[in-house]
Design a protein. Structure first.
Length: 353
């Protein structure tokens, strides 16, 4: 496959609403746990040249620890993605910054992102303490006064919490909410988001993005009738899984759109990808280890391709789980069609320059 660069449309938020591929951006560290700026830039270049429509930075895949002031990394990492994306002047790039914590903290992070040129905030429940659902909606409203908000149903295994259907209705009713990343890794909970949004007065204005790395193909192919005349659907993905093998992810997103438009060959191709991608994700995200090695698994794939130099994380307790490396070896051999090794090898030296 050749390099694909997302063409300029009208503005990044128009692209976001239409639907695109947004990788969750990892954090490139060196052996001393310092930011490896060269490899951080290389990752951003990889995602954009692979055809992604944007990047999400300071999110779970970037490591939530990046939000701790003692590391001093939030501003430089956010800024590095902006300056690197600016190299691609002929295209739109959706820049999403993650924010977390209680209301004042989340608003301050949104203000930093706005200052640096981000277009939207992915607002995680992580670190929000014991806020009630009503208080979480109020927090989103406060952040929305700074930048448009993307809601985030984060699975409890990595810092999220169970949220009611009525919460998603209230969130979607906020004028500043432009989308929701649906990532509970739970079909019932995912339906709560869809039906909650459908019950809001803004269901046509809220873009649904799959974050269910265990059900990517199914989400992208599905349409959800919500009354006699309307359907909701996932228009794109904002995924940790799409931080690896991104060129193939762009192809899958395009294939799913063709399949929903009635192309039978595209539908067969998408279904043929589903089992392989879910199996590969189980290894990379360390399902057997209850997601302990999720970030390290992503790093291992990028290390094999030369994009990262190691698996280092800010929390040194984060590492591959016992048996996870063997599982990654297995899916690496079993599903070469999922990988974009040749694409990365062709451009890696330039991305690292």
């Amino acid at each position: 496959m050749t390099t694909t660069v997302q063409a300029r449309t009208t503005d990044p938020l128009t692209l976001f609403r239409a639907g695109t591929v947004i990788p969750a951006h990892p954090l490139a560290l060196d052996a001393h746990l310092k930011l490896d700026e060269r490899r951080q830039r290389a990752l951003t270049r990889y995602y954009l040249e692979a055809g992604a429509g944007g990047v999400a930075v300071a999110v779970h895949t970037t490591q939530f620890a990046i939000h701790e002031p003692r590391h001093g990394l939030l501003r430089p990492v956010l800024e590095l993605a902006v300056t690197t994306a600016a190299e691609y002047k002929t295209r739109d790039t959706v820049l999403v910054a993650g924010a977390c914590g209680p209301t004042g903290h989340a608003v301050a992070e949104a203000e930093l992102a706005a200052e640096l040129g981000y277009h939207a905030i992915l607002l995680a429940p992580y670190g929000a303490g014991d806020l009630t659902e009503d208080e979480l909606v109020q927090r989103a409203a406060a952040v929305g006064e700074v930048l448009p908000v993307i809601g985030f149903y984060l699975q409890p295994a990595v810092g999220g919490r169970i949220l009611s259907r009525s919460f998603w209705t209230s969130l979607a009713d906020l004028p500043s909410v432009i989308g929701i990343k649906v990532a509970p890794f739970d079909r019932y909970a995912s339906l709560d988001v869809i039906l909650g949004v459908a019950a809001s007065g803004r269901s046509t204005e809220v873009a649904l993005y799959t974050g269910n790395d265990d059900h990517i193909v199914g989400d992208l192919l599905s349409r959800y009738p919500v009354d006699g005349s309307r359907e909701l659907e996932f228009v794109g993905g904002l995924l940790g899984q799409w931080s690896v093998w991104t060129q193939r992810a762009v192809h899958l997103h395009r294939t799913a759109r063709l399949a929903k438009a009635g192309d039978p060959g595209a539908l067969r191709e998408a279904f043929a990808t589903e089992l392989a991608l879910t199996d590969a994700n189980a290894a990379i995200f360390d399902v057997a280890g209850r997601f302990h090695g999720c970030i390290s698994g992503i790093h291992e794939v990028l290390r094999r391709q030369g994009l990262l130099a190691g698996l280092w994380c800010l929390d040194e307790r984060e590492s591959l789980s016992p048996g996870q490396l063997a599982e990654i070896d297995r899916v690496w051999r079993a599903y070469p069609q999922l990988r974009d090794d040749d694409f990365v090898a062709e451009h890696l030296d330039r991305w690292l320059s």
